[in-house]
Design a protein around this ligand. Structure first.
Ligand SMILES: Cc1cc2nc3c(=O)[nH]c(=O)nc-3n(C[C@H](O)[C@H](O)[C@H](O)COP(=O)(O)O)c2cc1C
Length: 210
């Protein structure tokens, strides 16, 4: 056989073998990366189960809807149950007039013993973690939050306060809550402004470690 033809046949064989070889290697890599991504997904799922195996309730009072909106964002972020604390006597605009010393809200906040009644039954038994939301009233929790604490045994649970306000921080209300029930594991919560975005709330929720 002609020398040139032999060299040509050898070259074709090398090209074919090399082509098949590189396809085999790349398909192995693909399989490996698919396997890895499955492993990662599983790991994440397992981590989520460990971190979020706890049952979550988002329980809030909101007189004008601002805290309610944040509570909804927390529900979306956690998948927890959303429960509103509904006052037996709903607050009217004049009840909420903080410019009037005699408005219902102002009188309640000035009365150590005020415990406005709650209309709905709220069962907290199954929750390991409770996000507790409220508007800031005169730097503190609205008294109906104390009614809620009086009527529910949260001992041993993790409770994460969150609030909305015009400008006041959460700190005064946090000390009220921590002193009110020392058998709860209180996690320092967060105050949101009325324009809080869903992303701000999600970022906060994702950083919490419980
Ligand atoms: C009686 C009363 C007292 C308030 N006191 C404060 C306050 O001390 N500091 C503040 O920043 N905002 C204060 N606010 C404003 C509310 O905290 C704010 O509007 C809140 O986001 C309302 O939430 P809601 O819509 O969930 O009821 C007060 C509002 C009311 C009605």
């Amino acid at each position: 056989m002609n020398k040139k033809i032999i060299i040509l046949i050898i070259a074709i064989v090398i090209i074919v073998v090399a082509g098949i070889g590189s396809w085999v290697i790349s398909s192995n890599n693909r399989t490996e990366s698919i396997n890895n991504s499955n492993t990662n997904t599983n790991t994440n799922e397992n981590n989520n189960e460990t971190t979020n195996g706890k049952k979550i309730g988002i329980i809030y009072f909101s007189a004008t809807g601002t805290t309610k909106k944040v509570a909804g964002y927390i529900k979306d972020a956690t998948g927890g149950d959303l429960i509103e604390i509904v006052p037996k006597d709903e607050y009217t605009d004049s009840d909420l007039n903080y410019g009037n010393d005699n408005s219902r809200a102002n009188k309640e906040q000035n009365d150590l013993n005020a415990r406005p009644e709650i209309k709905n039954n709220i069962n907290t038994d199954s929750y390991d973690v409770i996000y507790l939301g409220y508007p800031i009233w005169w730097g503190d929790v609205p008294k109906i939050i104390l009614t809620f604490l009086d009527s529910h045994n949260l001992n041993g649970k993790i409770v994460i306060p969150f609030c909305t306000s015009g400008s006041t921080s959460i700190s005064g209300s946090l000390s009220t809550l921590k002193n009110y029930n020392k058998n709860v594991t209180w996690i320092d919560g967060k105050r949101f402004a009325s324009g809080a975005s869903q992303n701000e709330v999600i970022n906060w929720v994702n950083k919490l470690d419980y």
